[in-house]
Design a protein around this ligand. Structure first.
Ligand code: ADP
Ligand code: MG
Length: 629
């Protein structure tokens, strides 16, 4: 063992770089976030050789004072927070004060900047083991330029982990996409080896925002998604964005973007809530697609959990989970044929009904903070107690104090009509009947599989079995809920071994379980006994189900597993109970099916997430025959 000594600043920074600078994409993330924190409206990125040779970013943000330039490149130097209170309500993307120091310790970094009240720009670079800063004059407009050359030139081990130019650029482009999705109000340009890859103007209207999403993700996503915008006034939570129709599901979870106060995150609670919202309408193994923005009081979310800040911790896990679940579940449930709407599979039924002007992420309003002069971070939080706690949040909240629970507005669009059971017959209307229902009136049945109907727009084709299956299934679920859960005692009570935490949870949630038809008692520190179960689940693997449910409850505060299991059984029964292909239906029977579909939740897809109907407009048909060309 050698003697203890202090690491040189460069080595200390290189060690810190190990956590945050993995590849060119990580550099781009850090410097883009800095530009956004600096209030930039336009950002240009020039990349060479996947970012390994060169990353150059130019912004028109507030710039950095000459006297602060050297500090910007030193570790633990930031203009974004002063004390612990600031950290606990942080609204800027950065706050650790180590990105630039880390990056410049493993590359050749030059930072050039000019503030509004300086007549000329200044440039800084670091040198040697102590990373001494060299400041020199340089011509520059207001804003900053960060140039990062030869990444990892002095850390060969890191360099070896880099992949091909193409792969590195793909990662880098993904980072740009995410940040461009997080801030519609900022213009972005991305060039690779002098070729323009993306040129995105600031997008303020919904149409412009949707165009940006189309360009960055896929036009099909926007065409097949619904706009959501819901505020829960009591909790101050807002969720807005786009969720894809279940029929636009993916084989991978690759089109899932979730932003919390403008910061993209991956989070178990969020992912679970969304998976649950799509539970009933997705084909097994398929993944939903969404671009969603959640806004909440920064105090309710801890962003200082991970050096790259990809993860957050919610103070009120259950509240957040329930809000996301309820909001998205409601929107998905409401996909059904509507008067004058596009068919659910190709357009967004009701998509525009919910589009209140989407606000920008809160971070945009937090710029004031970054106008503070640069300073070295306080090591001792107590020393900094003199600063008053601030929250920009309350004052800046969009539409504060206004009830905008659009879920209920949504509900009002679909007044519940009485739903009769079985295929009821509906008489054909008189010729001059004014309103044609969304799915129109049946005209024929094709090969015992499809119902053909005529509506105002043209031809409607319905997959008879798929549609009926959904109608029956939804009706069975309603009946099940209305009648309440019937439960039956087990002949031999099942006793099961659990952890003491799970046993505690079972005890605390006894009432929830009993509502679901279970009677569960604790027999010892780590033993539960099940005495009574719902009739519908009598033949299921009860102890496994209970274990899964307890697992969910401890992680997410609630569980949908029993409901899902019951639903699966109902779905199987619905499948067997609904009209098979090759059965001749009468015209009134077909019309009854159409009317049932119109009033059934989720009737746009069958129980497996496939579409149940499609519209062919007169225009579509005309073009098939090249009429009018
Ligand atoms: P952090 O973002 O956590 O504060 P960084 O090392 O990324 O730490 O940046 C250090 C400081 O340099 C920032 O706090 C900010 O004051 C300043 N800075 C960095 N990039 C820019 C930029 N593009 N425009 C203006 N100021 C910047
Ligand atoms: Mg930063």
């Amino acid at each position: 063992m050698s003697r203890i000594h202090l690491l040189t600043p460069r080595l200390a920074n290189q060690i810190a770089a190990g956590e945050v600078v993995e590849r060119p994409a990580s550099v781009v993330k850090e410097i883009l976030e800095n530009s956004l924190d600096a209030g930039a409206n336009r950002i240009e990125l020039d990349i060479e050789q996947g970012g390994v040779k060169l990353i150059r970013l130019r912004d028109d943000g507030q710039g950095i004072e000459k006297d602060d330039l050297a500090l910007a490149l030193s570790r633990h130097a930031t203009s974004k927070i002063y004390n612990l209170d600031d950290l606990e309500a942080v609204q800027s993307l950065g706050f650790r004060g180590e990105a630039l120091a880390s990056i410049s310790s493993v590359s050749r970094l030059t930072l050039t900047s000019r503030t509004a009240d300086q007549d000329a720009g200044w440039q800084v670079q670091t040198e040697g083991r102590d990373m001494t800063a060299e400041v020199s004059p340089a011509a520059h407009p207001q804003g900053s330029t960060v140039e990062v050359r030869d990444l990892f030139f002095n850390t060969p081990a890191r360099r070896k982990f880099l992949k091909t130019e193409k792969t590195e650029f793909k990662h880098l482009e993904e980072v740009v996409k995410r940040l461009a999705l997080s801030r519609f109000d900022v213009g972005f340009t991305l060039r690779h080896n002098q070729k323009v890859i993306h040129q995105l103007r600031p997008a303020s209207s919904q149409t412009e925002q949707e165009r940006r999403i189309s360009t960055l993700l896929s036009p099909a996503f926007i065409e097949n998604s619904m706009k959501v915008d819901v505020c829960a006034e009591a909790s101050g939570l807002r969720l807005w964005g786009w969720v894809a129709l279940p029929t636009f599901s993916r084989s991978q979870a690759d089109l899932q973007y979730f932003f919390v106060n403008g910061r993209i995150i991956r989070d178990k609670v969020v992912a679970h809530a969304l998976r649950q919202a799509y539970q009933d309408v997705l084909y097994h193994g398929r993944h939903p697609a969404y671009v969603l923005y959640m806004e909440l009081d920064p105090k309710l979310v801890d962003v200082n959990v991970h050096p790259t800040k990809h993860e957050v911790r919610f103070r009120e896990t259950r509240l957040v989970h329930d809000f996301i679940f309820r909001t998205t579940h409601r929107v998905i449930a409401d996909i059904r044929p509507e008067q004058g709407s596009e068919p659910a599979i190709s357009g967004a039924a009701a998509s525009n009904l919910l589009s209140a002007a989407p606000g920008q992420p809160l971070t945009q309003q937090g710029f004031e903070q970054s106008r503070m002069p640069l300073h070295q971070l306080q090591r001792d939080a107590d020393n900094a107690a003199g600063f008053a706690a601030r929250s920009h949040y309350q004052a800046d909240r969009p539409a504060a104090g206004q009830v905008r629970d659009q879920i209920s507005a949504y509900g009002a669009l679909h007044p519940q009509r009485d739903s009769a059971s079985g295929l009821q017959s509906v008489s054909m209307p008189e010729a001059d009947d004014t309103e044609c229902p969304p799915l129109g009136y049946a005209i024929a049945q094709l090969h015992g599989v499809f119902v053909l109907a005529q509506n105002d727009a043209g031809l409607v084709v319905v997959d008879m079995h798929a549609a009926h299956e959904r109608v029956v299934y939804e009706r069975m679920k309603l009946a099940y809920e209305a009648e309440g859960v019937r439960s039956q005692p087990l002949l031999v009570p099942v006793s099961m071994a659990v952890s003491s935490m799970e046993a505690d949870c079972a005890e605390e949630q006894a009432e929830v379980f009993s509502k679901l038809g279970f009677e569960i008692a604790r027999m010892g520190e780590e033993t539960l006994v099940i005495r009574q179960v719902p009739v519908a689940l009598a033949s299921a693997d009860i102890s496994k189900l209970i274990l899964d449910v307890l697992g969910d409850m401890t992680l997410f505060g609630s569980s949908q597993k029993i409901q899902n299991h019951t639903n699966e059984l109902l779905a199987t029964m619905a499948c067997h109970g609904s009209v098979r292909a090759n059965r001749q239906l009468t015209i009134p029977e077909m019309n009854a099916l159409l009317r049932d579909m119109e009033r059934t939740e989720r009737s746009g897809q069958c129980n497996h997430g496939r579409p149940t109907w499609t519209q062919m407009s007169m225009h579509d048909l005309d073009s098939l025959f090249m009429r009018g060309q």
